[in-house]
Write a protein that binds this ligand. Structure first.
Ligand SMILES: *Cc1c(COP(=O)(O)O)cnc(C)c1O
Length: 385
């Protein structure tokens, strides 16, 4: 690839650098910011009048919060979520000061001052976190903003019946903070017919009656597609923004966001019976051509794809041959004309022929895990900035 890639990235390489940044990396990860804009708009249309928040945890599902958060803010996104306080502190200067940031894990003991100093609010997940936040407010002499999460059946985070009982009447303790909204999280939203959805909705309805006047939030990406009963005032999509199918089994309405091209390091012709890779897990069943690409499990290309995954060359599917190594993968490219295959050539790992959800299915996992593991060694380009 020529040096215009660097120009597109806005980086200024010293003149002595002869190779472009992509030439020095093993793979090129392209994040399509226009696809993120389109996905945000589609979610907004789908969510009726509900406010569409943006989930930024894990560096925007591995795709780069610093570039994605400002794009969503420009689209009108007013509420952002991270998992950790550190992520929220990093996010704060990336978006306008009038946009709210909530930390899903809530205030760990002793962190209240950091929240306040950076203009970040927690989600309060149990009685202990609520007391921590109330105490901080008393100490600082003002009601501090927070969201309140109730558990409606997932038993992961959010106030249990015991927490709510311990805190007493909401009308009393809510006066001690500045409550922004009430939220809960769905365990099975990606399975539209799962009985958990209706059960959690009913439980949320019962609980929110105890918090009259508070805006409500229940739906993640898949929840947005469960119908208007699940929308309430704020929806919280993450995965769908980044192109993951919010309703597996049906046609994906979201645009793909990530494309990954890996470079060929070496090409060799092997004889019938040749062993390929660690553990001798692949044996050539005839003369084969093997191309080694510069991506491995250290880059998030899961080792579970050993002898299972695929790449694409000129749109032709080429299987992984043998074990996925830390820094490289061997592909059986026998189907590709020899003159097309050479060191430096880019092969498609994610792109028009292979979606992140398909890679995940082959690896026995979900698209979320594939995206969030995509490695830090790739050369990254943000298209349509
Ligand atoms: C991660 C998360 C979301 C976003 O979920 P997606 O399935 O990625 O849309 C929403 N709410 C909470 C509480 C989460 O932890």
């Amino acid at each position: 690839m020529d040096r215009s890639t660097d120009t597109a990235l806005g980086s200024s390489l010293p003149a002595a650098d002869v190779a472009g940044a992509y030439d020095r990396a093993g793979a090129l990860l392209t994040v399509d910011l226009d696809a993120i804009r389109a996905n945000y708009r589609l979610l907004r249309a789908q969510a009726g009048g509900a406010l569409v928040a943006g989930i930024m945890k894990a560096d925007a599902y591995g795709l780069g919060m610093a570039r994605i958060a400002p794009v969503l803010a420009a689209e009108g996104c007013r509420v952002f979520f991270t998992a950790h306080l550190d992520e929220a502190i990093r996010l704060r200067p990336m978006i306008p000061a009038d946009r709210a940031i909530y930390v899903l894990h809530g205030p760990m003991p002793g962190t209240a001052d950091d929240f306040v100093a950076h203009g970040i609010a927690p989600v309060l997940n149990d009685a202990g976190q609520a007391r921590e936040w109330i105490a901080a407010g008393r100490r600082l002499g003002r009601r501090l903003p927070a969201a309140i999460q109730v558990d409606t059946g997932m038993s992961r985070m959010g106030m249990s019946p015991a927490d709510l009982e311990a805190l007493g009447a909401p009308a009393a303790w809510l006066r001690e903070i500045a409550p922004a909204f009430l939220m809960s999280h769905l365990a099975c939203a990606d399975e539209a017919v799962h009985p958990m959805n209706a059960a959690q909705l009913a439980r949320f309805e019962a609980l929110r009656a105890r918090f009259p006047g508070l805006p409500c939030s229940l739906a993640n990406s898949s929840g947005v597609f469960l119908g208007s009963a699940f929308h309430y005032d704020i929806v919280r999509p993450g995965a769908a923004l980044y192109g993951i199918n919010p309703h597996p089994g049906s046609i994906n309405p979201m645009r793909a966001v990530a494309a990954l091209q890996a470079r060929i390091v070496q090409v060799r012709d092997v004889e019938d019976g040749a062993i390929v890779g660690y553990g001798a897990r692949f044996t050539a069943d005839g003369p084969r051509r093997i191309a080694t690409i510069a991506v491995g499990y250290a880059d998030g290309w899961l080792r579970a794809l050993t002898n299972r995954g695929h790449a694409f060359v000129d749109g032709v599917r080429v299987p992984v041959a043998g074990t996925v190594s830390m820094d490289s993968i061997t592909l059986d490219v026998s189907a590709i004309p020899r003159e097309r295959i050479a060191p430096g050539l880019a092969v498609e790992l994610l792109g028009p022929h292979q979606h992140v959800d398909e890679v995940a299915a082959q690896a026995g996992t979900i698209g979320y895990e594939v995206l969030t593991r995509l490695g830090s060694r790739f050369h990254r380009v943000y298209a349509n900035a």
